[in-house]
Every structure is written in C-alpha cells, then in structure tokens.
Write a protein of this length. Structure first.
Length: 296
C-alpha cells in the first residue's frame, strides 16, 4: 500500500491565509497590527535562513516584523535587556528568541524572562505548566502544527495509540501533552527505550522527533499507521547536500497509511503556527475573541 502524503506546505498556506484574514480584521475593526519580534544571537547560517523566512512570511500575512540581530558575544545582561524592552513594547505581541543560543548564555533563564503571554514559542515554564494542566496557554509551534495535520487527517484522535520518539522540551514533551489532550494513549520513547521497534509497531500514530537522519525504518511501522516526521537533517549523499527526516521515507511510505515528507511537511507548518500564535497572542492582549481554528 502506498501512503497518502500529508502536504504540510499546502496546509501551511491555508493556515497563513486564515492568519492573514484575522490580521486584516484586527486592522479594519480595531486598528491593531499584530507584531512579531525575532531575536537572533550569533551568525549560525541555518538560523539566519529560518529567521529570514519567518520575517518574510510575517510581513506577507500583514503583520509587523521586528528583527534583532545581536553579536555572538552578546552578554546575558544585554540580551535580557533586549527581551525586557520587547516585553514592554505594546506593538510587539509575540517574541521568539532563536535557539540554540551561544554556550555562554543560559537558555532557560532567557526563555523564562519572556513575558509568558508574548512567548509565541510556548517554551516559558508558565506555558509548559498551563499546557500540562490543560489550561489556555501558548502552544509550541512544531507540535501544534503536527496536531493540526493529525486532526485534519483523522478527525478525532480519541483512543488512538500514539508513540512520540524523542523527549525534548521543544517537541517531544509538548507533543505528548497535546496528543493526551486529544485522548490518545501516549508513549514517549527515547534513546533508552527497551525494544524501540516493538514499541513503535504498536502505534497508530508515530511522531519522530529525535534528530537522527532516517533512523526509523519501514518495518517498525504498523500497516496503515500515520507517520509524522519532525526531523530536519542535512546529510551528504552521492556528493550532494540533502534534507532528510528522522524516518526512512521510502520504506515507511510503503507501510504507512499517511506520512509527512521532508522537506514540505512539518517545517512549513512550524512557521505557519508561529504566525498563528502571534495572532492569538495579539487577540488575547486586546481582550478580543480567540481566532478560530488556529489554537490547540
Ligand atoms: N526559538 C526557536 N523556535 C523555533 O521554532 C526554532 C528555533 N528556535 N530554532 C531553529 C528551529 C528550526 N525551525 C524550523 C522551522 C521551519 C523549517 C522549515 O520550514 N523547513 C523547510 C525546509 C527549509 C530548508 O530547505 O532548509 C521544510 O521542512 O520544508 C525548518 C526549521 C524552527 N526552529
């Protein structure tokens, strides 16, 4: 059986269209333009690409984009001062500090200095706690994008067996919370999991988020399962640079019922959800109704 391909790129375009509609309404009816600030410390080339892409898409949906590019040697105090300034700027509704930060900066400290209601990454401890207790929060963009695609494909996820491979704070853990919130039976697997292949074979939904190129082979996938590939790994093959996921696409697609490609799957949804979160944050900041279909 050949799997259905879940087209994250096309889905992301529909999410951006919805976002653009809400932005237009906020401007017309309330005179408010949502604003997203992205802070980049240092010159990691991959990070620069993402930041540029975020800025471009932010403007395309009609929002204001503020970019703060800081020197790699920026001190913690100086970075905290930038975040503080953005926390207090009424034109900024969302703040994203691009990770990873250079080693001399304490990531937890910086992330937790962002005002939780402007934390469009959903990484602040307050948002983590709110999500874990089923309260209204900012939801991390990558897991939110995965959830949107799963809901769209399946309708209800209730009672499904979901296995999340990877236990990171930015994807694995919040993904598991969201799946639990939709009444899946959730397993979080990781590098120490005993008999990972057998654990994955039980799953109706597999979310791979480990950062290891093509580590999940097709024979781990239950016939008809849905495979969400979060990995974005740059590898060299046949003398060419290639982008591959955490699953072996060709063999997994033979057994899966549906699968997300890399590129063109989860990645574009991540950025679309960042824009969605910014609109959500802007509506909340102004006491307006939540945009429908853009939150968890
Ligand atoms: N605070 C913070 N929040 C983030 O959300 C965050 C971050 N830091 N640091 C870096 C990672 C990475 N990330 C990506 C988003 C979109 C694509 C994406 O759209 N990828 C395209 C391919 C792009 C290409 O060709 O490189 C795709 O999968 O189709 C990739 C990677 C967000 N990140």
């Amino acid at each position: 059986m050949a799997a259905n391909i879940i087209d994250g790129k096309a889905f992301a375009a529909t999410v951006r269209e919805k976002v653009a509609g809400h932005v237009a309404r906020l401007k017309e009816e309330h005179g408010i333009t949502p604003g997203l600030a992205v802070v980049l410390v240092g010159e990691d080339p991959a990070s620069q690409v993402y930041v540029r892409s975020k800025g471009k898409q932010t403007v395309e949906v009609g929002m204001n984009s503020y970019e703060h590019k800081l020197d790699a040697a920026t001190s913690e105090a100086d970075l905290l001062a930038v975040v503080d300034q953005l926390n207090n700027d009424p034109n900024v509704h969302g703040i994203l500090v691009q990770l990873p930060l250079p080693g001399h900066l304490n990531e937890d400290l910086i992330i937790n200095s962002i005002a939780p209601e402007k934390d469009v990454d959903g990484f602040h401890i307050s948002n983590v706690g709110l999500l874990g207790t089923g309260q209204k929060s900012m939801v991390p963009c990558t897991p939110l994008g995965c959830l949107m695609m799963l809901r769209d494909y399946h309708g209800s996820l209730s009672g499904m067996d979901a296995v999340v491979i990877g236990r990171s704070n930015i994807v694995g853990k919040p993904m598991a919370q969201l799946l639990l919130g939709d009444s899946c039976t959730v397993t979080i697997a990781h590098s120490r999991t005993k008999d990972l292949p057998e654990v994955v074979r039980r799953a109706d939904i597999v979310v791979a988020a480990v950062g290891r190129p093509e580590m999940v082979p097709g024979d781990w996938i239950k016939e008809g399962a849905t495979v969400i590939d979060v990995g974005i790994n740059r590898i060299e093959r046949d003398g060419k640079n290639k982008l591959v996921g955490d699953v072996d696409f060709a063999s997994c697609a033979e057994r899966a019922g549906a699968i997300t490609p890399v590129p063109g799957g989860v990645g574009p949804m991540t950025i679309a959800c960042l824009l969605a979160n910014t609109v959500t944050a802007c509506c909340r900041a102004n006491g307006l109704a939540e945009p429908e279909g853009l939150t968890a």
